[in-house]
Design a protein around this ligand. Sequence first.
Ligand code: LMR
Length: 407
Amino acid sequence: MASRFADVKLGPPIEVFAVNKACVDDPHPDKINMTVGAYRDDEGKPWVLPVVRKTERAMADDCTLNHEYLPVLGLEAFSSAATGMLLGPDHPAVAEGRAFGVQTLSGTGALRVGAEFLTRQLKYSTFYMSNPSWGNHKLVFLNAGFAECREYRYWDAAGRTVDFAGLLEDLRAAPENAVVILHACAHNPTGCDPSREQWEQIADVMKEKKLFPFFDSAYQGFASGDLDKDAWAVRYFAGRGFEFVCAQSFAKNFGLYNERVGNLTMVLNDKQLVPQVKSQVTLIVRGMYSNPPNHGGRIVATVLNNPQLFEEWKECIRTMANRILAMRKGLRQRLQALGTPGGWDHIETQIGMFSYTGLTPRQVEHLVGHYHVYLLKSGRVSMCGVTPHNIDYLAKAIHETVLLLPD
Ligand code: LMR
């Protein structure tokens, strides 16, 4: 019988999840999973932060909590704490009531709600993302109604660093009112951030060309272990008087990947406009998923609003950041000790979950096929997959692969 679905074409797989599944399904005892950006402890296991467990236990015993709907814009205690964490609680935009947050379905949901607001209400139609960028930015922004996706140069493959001249040149050539996606810290996939001086120049160009900043902040605290340091660029733009939006994810820094906890911070320069803007965001959320879930948002709100739990959480993010930093250093040292051809300093100087190794597609294929070391075709590795138990095997696998297949 003919089907109404007969013309549906098979879509492409989502690379990061497809490669992750291939690794999970691989029975090889030495396999290493460096695919999805999700924290693992020294034993290679997912980590529920102790402060999260503690908060969940208290929530389970709290009979005043129930499962009623949250408001469309979410839990106020969560969104205001998240916005305060991003901008700093004493930031003038917060104190003056010009900045507010909206609880969303993780960072992706914040990107989607923010992007849809910008197309519907501000009539923006072109967005820029870095080349390369997180694999989902394009899909989210196009699905939100943007007509045109453009890229600004970001990666200097030879120098294994930011192609800053290319970046500035591309932003200078952008049309007025283009929306520019900026990674607040720990750029995914390269692990390379602009320096503070470079951020200042980016801000200069964006002011001059009237470009609209859309920050994506997925690693605050996780990148360096320091919440303030990781929010520097966003706060700098706020201080320069930009109006902007920022998608915040609590997946990595709270380990709440599947709870979908996010916040969209909106910074306006006129407090009087906040009610109108909120009312339009309300309609977007209502028409998309009606209202957000409670559990993860309440955990984050409880921790951020309780000084003792907040300190415990900061200790957790330092633990995660330091483990990653130690693995970066260890891998860099091993590759250099083995005399692996090429420079490997970038493994240590890059920041956050990911390293853009510079490994070529052929080398990646060999690492997967021969050594059961799983990473993305682009050469991106999640450093979370490296542990004290597999780091020697990994270094040897990279070393032998680079020797066998020089490019
Ligand atoms: C990643 O980049 O691996 C993570 O942010 C997971 C994802 O959704 O892509």
